[in-house]
Design a protein around this ligand. Sequence first.
Ligand SMILES: [Zn+2]
Length: 443
Amino acid sequence: MRSEVWQRYGSINGVGAGLRDRQVRDRWLADGTHVQFAVLANAWKETVRDAMADIAANLEAAKVDVRRAISRRTNDPAERKRMFTALKAHQWADDPFLSRQMRKRWRRGRNRTHDQIVVRADQYSTAVDGRGRLWLAVPGLERRRMVKIPLTTTVTPAGTLRLILRGGRVEVHYQIDAAQMRSSQRPCGEATIGVDKGYTEALTDSDGQPHGEQLGDLLTRESDRLKERNRRRAKLRSIANSAALRGDRAKAHRIKANNLGTTKRDRQAARHRARVRTEIFTAVHEVVDKAATVIAEDLTKRFTGRKQLPKNINRRLAAWTKGVTAEALKSVSERRGSALVHVNAAYTSQTCHRCGAFGRRSGDRFHCTSCGVVWQADVNAAINILHRVGDPDIALHTPHHKVKQILQDRTDRHRTRLPVQDSSPATAGRRAKHPNRSTTSNK
Ligand SMILES: [Zn+2]
């Protein structure tokens, strides 16, 4: 049913023209489309609504890119406003520029969701049996015949449920009010702190403190495991294929069913994702314990519009954790009342926070060739990020090459004013405050 909705309405003439799920329901009721699926009315209506919402989200993601394209095309505020409004009101089809942009960035998507249903709050019930086990009853394919599912939790789900069938088990997903969560009651700190995202640790803050130090290990272990597993699966697949070529269909089938299944693989992947999320969320909570304001790079920026994550396992994991870090920063800040300020992070890992000159990074050390100091690279970057918030010249969207020019001009000016460098007491003081971890510890 989801595929049908995507196929019919996942384009310019459907959701792109502002079509609503209610209108689709009316059409289907009128022409009998729903009959072929042989499910109860509530079930198909909820699925239509959910699939239409997926298409709308897909469309909105494309619009982010088009808005950028509009900003690049014209500086005239009236013209910009006209185009933004047309885009918002689904009236971009009449404007040649907008329609070209939308067609370019919003390719017809397809349904990728095959394992879930949505159940409205008034459609299910829960009960506790004699042994204290919690059961969930949801409508099945026949009227008044509920499907009863034992749950592994004692917390009763509430509101709209999303039931996902994964590896022969049912996952029950539902929204909770973040204000009710225990971590939301924890107050935030008072400081203003810059953070840099890393690979070995989830975050390093501008006080020099690392957070989420297990992240690197978790990712390395997962990456090694995946490489080894993929190698083994490829070998098994080739054995199965050559068995099939020889005519030994039974063997080929056995290997495919017993050794190349997805149940265990998916379960392991889910477990790994949960571990990484916990590590990252804990790291962000530690930062917010100290901070009333968190200054960070906008980590969501480079994702929008990208269709697929990179093929290389390491890079794919890094890109994914970046998204989780962005989500954690946003959600924890909202819940605990700290402010999250995004800054332009261009060259923050390549310049010295003390003198502003470009330096060299090798591993986790940063060498400033101008003042001759070695900093812990992530700490240096976090301090630079912290300083960006008050920078009069570098705004959030200042292009990369302009940032470089500004930084270059500053160091040139600095050099002419201060011909003699380093060995000043200020250096020693700062070094004590932001100790170079790579030299003070034997890590
Ligand atoms: Zn320097």
